[in-house]
Ligand binder design. Structure first.
Ligand code: DX5
Ligand code: ZN
Length: 219
């Protein structure tokens, strides 16, 4: 499978969100990454359901919703109704992760689990068969524009190894500080979905930046 690119609208111009969504629609992006922060699980607040619904009205690509919130079960249906195609919850925020994953699937969404940089991949061994996606955080969640953590390469390799044994269809997504320098190396380790905020939206031409990520490491 060729890897996917999911630009993160956290780095978009919120006063020109429709323009930025249309840019993504016209690009080689596969999904639109939507970051939800609650000021509790992470030390920042982003936006909520009305914004996700508004984005969904203009988006022609599936919404990949990343929930950085405590006890996400409370809001899964709201995010589904707002237009989420995939929902990713954090391992660290879900005391009953198996139940949460089943709930996301019952809603008809792609189910993902995100791991913070300090959370080992091995903790997913008994749930990996139930997952559609694992999101390896390559920065501490909460803010865009942070520096990529080098240990991510090893974690992507570890999850790829685990997926060979238990779930070969798994999406392996990486989020935080992704650019055209680290993406090709991550492809080699097994990553197949790239989230990118700053490297897309601060580029002189975001459409070109998305295209470069889409073709990074592909010969
Ligand atoms: C960070 C978010 C990311 C963020 C990535 O907590 O989960 O999706 O938008 O932004 P960059 O690409 O700027 O690191
Ligand atoms: Zn994210």
């Amino acid at each position: 499978m060729n890897h996917l690119v999911a630009p993160s609208i956290l780095a978009a111009d919120f006063a020109n969100l429709q323009r930025d969504i249309e840019m993504i629609n016209n690009s080689e992006a596969d999904w639109i990454h939507v970051d939800i922060m609650d000021g509790m699980f992470v030390p920042n607040i982003s936006f909520g359901f009305p914004v996700v619904s508004a984005v969904n009205k203009h988006a022609t690509k599936p919404l990949d919703v990343h929930l950085m919130i405590v006890d996400p079960d409370r809001y899964l249906k709201n995010f589904k109704d707002a237009g989420a195609s995939g929902i990713t919850v954090h391992y660290e925020a879900c005391p009953h992760l198996h139940r949460t994953i089943q709930y996301i699937k019952e809603l008809g969404c792609r189910a993902g689990v995100a791991l913070n940089p300090a959370t080992p991949v091995a903790l997913l061994k008994d749930i990996i068969r139930d997952l559609d996606m694992v999101l390896i955080m390559s920065v501490n969640p909460g803010f865009g524009g942070q520096k990529f953590i080098e240990n991510t390469y090893k974690k992507v390799f570890d999850i790829k190894e685990l997926s060979f044994k238990h779930n070969t269809d798994l999406f392996i997504e990486v989020d935080g500080g992704i650019d055209t320098e680290n993406a090709p190396k991550l492809v080699i380790e097994g990553a197949n979905v790239f989230v990118a905020g700053s490297s897309v939206f601060s580029a002189p031409d975001p459409i070109v930046a998305i295209s470069s990520l889409k073709h990074a490491g592909v010969v």
